[in-house]
Design a protein around this ligand. Sequence first.
Ligand SMILES: [Zn+2]
Length: 436
Amino acid sequence: MAKLTFLGAAGCVTGSKYIVEANGKRLLVDCGLFQGSHELSDRNYQPLNVDPKTVDYAVLTHAHLDHTGWLPRLVGDGYRGPIFANAATIELTGILLKDSAHLQEEDALHAQKGKYSRHAEPRALYTPEDIDPVLKQLREMPRSGGFEIAPGFQVVSYDAGHILGSSSLELTITENGKKTVVVFSGDVGRYDQPILKDPTTPPRADALLCESTYGDRDHPSGSPMDTLADVVNRVAKRGGSIVIPAFAIGRTQTLMYFLRQLEDSQRIPRIPVYIDSPMALDATELYLKHREDHDLEFSREESGGKGDPLNVHEFHLGHRRARPASSGAAAARSEKCRAAGGVSGGGLARTGAARGRKAAAHVRARGSGESGDCGTPSTFGSRGQKRAAALAKRVRRAAEADLAGAWRAAGGAVASSGNPVANEVERLRGPVFRYR
Ligand SMILES: [Zn+2]
């Protein structure tokens, strides 16, 4: 008789890990990090209840860290089997795990220096060296249709519409001639959202494991585009800045899409947009690359000859930390943006509090102005609020310097503006600042 064990996402919504046992084999579905309270994140340091060496296969619903972020520990603790996922999930997982390792290391270092850890010797859960072995074990499976993980474990993927590559998995377990269907919903997205296809529903299940993170909440009615247009126009009119915290994968791309749509339909003025996360830019490249996930409207936009629908007319990549080779795609994108009339180069600081998981889109309106609208403060947390305030200050400084205008006015070849505020912004831009 097949057996299902919950090793995470039970009593909480992170750390998704499920073991299915049948035919003398063990299949792990997802391998997520626990995130949130100290009590939860401490669980990441505990060994798995099931010895990873005894697990035969693993499969992923999507790339978010609460579904993949414990893979380096799994592999470190002896898992040597394949990790199946579709092509988009494999690429996104690579980006996310590298960033996660970096943050784990950074956190441990800060805790050591600041002596604020509750542990005598704070150590990183894993480091960047632990990521390559995981990537080597990733194996591509089809985006849709059936796939045999092993005899007795047949999986069919359905679009989940949550992030690029996200799938619900219908697992058919055949044991002693008896079939049992278990559906893992993974995280499920909304209908009628931009870019990605709508979620589809697996037709049947003997057992359904359904995510319920926002199960007790209703989506607000009304069009998010209308709301965004309203905010942008209001702040642009008074010459302010808007700082929008957004998850680097999914939300940032949706925001860029909406802003581009609003610009094209002339519902908002063309304004400079800054994104402070190279990871968000890498993810955006993947969003464009994996067309198998695109809904019809997005495909139409793409082929409509108006250019990249995830790129506003004046785009800036802002970050101050030198990134490893993975930011090549972001650099290429930055290049492309410049060619399209924008200004490339790094920019406003990505602070420690950014924690990689969230990017901030700094939508800058013309001229100088107030510190701007910062969303709902309660969604930030205190570190986030500090960060938002710091970003707003820097955005304002950049607005005062009007760097983009200065660059363009000088034929895009400014060496130094001589303006003390601009020089301060240049300093913040650090090694990634480029003159053209
Ligand atoms: Zn997710």
